[in-house]
Design a protein around this ligand. Sequence first.
Ligand SMILES: Cc1cc2nc3c(=O)[nH]c(=O)nc-3n(C[C@H](O)[C@H](O)[C@H](O)COP(=O)(O)OP(=O)(O)OC[C@H]3O[C@@H](n4cnc5c(N)ncnc54)[C@H](O)[C@@H]3O)c2cc1C
Length: 321
Amino acid sequence: MTRRMTSTTSTRLDRLPATAGAAAPPVRLIRDIYAEQRMLGQPVLSIELFPPKTPKGNALLFEHALPALRDLEPDFYSVTYGAGGSTRDRTIAIVDRIQREHQTTTMAHLTCISTSRADIEHFLLDARKRGIRNILALRGDPPLDNGGPVERGFEYSYQLVEFIKAIGGFSIGTAGFPESHIACTEGKHVDWQRLKAKIDRGADFVLTQLFFDNDDYFAFRDYLTETLGVSVPITPGILPILSTDQIRRFTSLCGATLPAAVSAKLDAYGNDAAAVGEFGVEFATRQCEALLAGGAPGLHFYSLNKPHAPTRIIGNLGLRG
Ligand SMILES: Cc1cc2nc3c(=O)[nH]c(=O)nc-3n(C[C@H](O)[C@H](O)[C@H](O)COP(=O)(O)OP(=O)(O)OC[C@H]3O[C@@H](n4cnc5c(N)ncnc54)[C@H](O)[C@@H]3O)c2cc1C
């Protein structure tokens, strides 16, 4: 498999004793990864991580989570970004470090809300210098105080997609919402048409918000592909349930539906955290099986930096090793 090397990254490697002698990172454009895996008839596996706030969190990520995830041979990792730029330096540093130390393509998320164009351009140029070639272009959630307008900023992510495309050199991903975006009051078809606008402006692939009813994903995908003529990969985002309180909080924040049958199971498990975790793995395994059988081009796991559930699920699916 041919993998792209960059001279800028190998210069950086020379300056880093911890990885001295390591090969330059195999940075690939994610659109090429999807195209290649499609030809091979294989799903693209990706794993989302967040940048830890503390040295202890960083150590857990690099000494425990990433070594455990390595056996899954993910096609790429992605690293989240705090809206407004709160994790800007950490996001870029972690993407850079994963690419060098784990030799795996890693995508930086980037949000445009409450950020000037100059800051976004600076981030992108820094990313490019470090050999980061993939960006998930997002709006982010507005701050509670609304933040106020930013001079020469962007209001929606389609403008960010356009901007990244104009800068050039990146494969661009975008977010899609099988149950419609929580703030879209005009109905799901309007939200999905806006997603098409992001693709028309240069997004190469879609990663979806978490969902639990596969019919939502298939209706969303079919509308995009059959009604709107979208041809880029639309990859389901999978959040394995780890804890009852956490999943109730997440779903209420992002507007995803927790089906009544799932909610009832969680109620029945009460405080039995181990039983909830087992149920989460089993449910996600069945969900992923049906998604792949229905033609999903890959699976994007929201790992929350915990390798256990994705490892079990991918193992159950028999997709690696
Ligand atoms: C896979 C994935 C990863 C994510 N990672 C992060 C992350 O790292 N950091 C983070 O902060 N958040 C992240 N998010 C959350 C995301 O930032 C929020 O859901 C945000 O509210 C919407 O982002 P967007 O890019 O979809 O916005 P947009 O595409 O801009 O859409 C936002 C809203 O505006 C509406 N809209 C779009 N265009 C128009 C228009 N022209 N006129 C009127 N209304 C319009 C849409 O219908 C929608 O309701 C992620 C979400 C997903 C699915």
